[in-house]
Design a protein around this ligand. Structure first.
Ligand code: ZN
Length: 181
């Protein structure tokens, strides 16, 4: 039995989407979006220079204040229904066009609040998926016994982080400090 047509053409609707490994622009973690960094010289003089952490993000070599990060992202979209047709593959399923997109029927709603609630669910699912993928990638072909693998893995991570922390501490100690005359 064909269910009742869910939406009418011209209706304004909302739908949520989410995905893992999506590229998104985030505020540059070095300059916090200000596009400049300040270097304090040995004699205390402050020198501003262009942030080089986010400058390669553009063709002209100018800093943008943002960098591209990959991770789970989700959003609520809105638009007008431009078409409603029965699926060619599943007779009892309606396909709803919103603009030129065909969102999953269950993700379409008439209120932003409903779509926002659905976005949270999708976001959590995408996060779980990405975490599983990362764990799977890590475990694949490496673990002879899970427990020994875990111990080795965590020990290696701690050792690596400690080395990195020491390196960064050394860098800070070496950096020029302002001296009182
Ligand atoms: Zn920057």
């Amino acid at each position: 039995m064909v269910p009742q047509q869910p939406f009418q053409i011209g209706e304004h609707v909302y739908f949520a989407t989410a995905g893992a490994y999506r590229a998104k622009n985030v505020t540059c973690p070095a300059c916090f979006g200000t596009q400049k960094l300040t270097l304090i010289l040995g004699d205390g003089e402050h020198v501003d220079f262009k942030c080089d952490n986010c400058e390669h993000a553009t063709m002209h070599g100018r800093p943008r204040g943002t960098v591209v990060a990959y991770g789970v992202d989700s959003e609520v979209n809105e638009g007008d229904v431009t078409g409603v047709t029965l699926s060619r593959f599943e007779n009892e399923k309606w396909e709803v066009y919103v603009g030129s997109r065909i969102p999953d029927r269950t993700s379409i709603s008439r209120t932003r609040e409903e779509a926002e609630a659905h976005r949270l669910v999708l976001h959590a699912v995408a996060e779980k998926y990405q975490k599983e993928q990362e764990e799977e990638n890590y475990n694949r072909g490496r673990a002879k016994s899970k427990r020994s693998f875990s111990v080795t893995y965590h020990r290696n991570c701690i050792a690596k982080l400690e080395r990195e922390m020491q390196y960064h501490r050394d860098q800070l100690l070496l950096a020029p400090k302002k001296e009182k005359p």
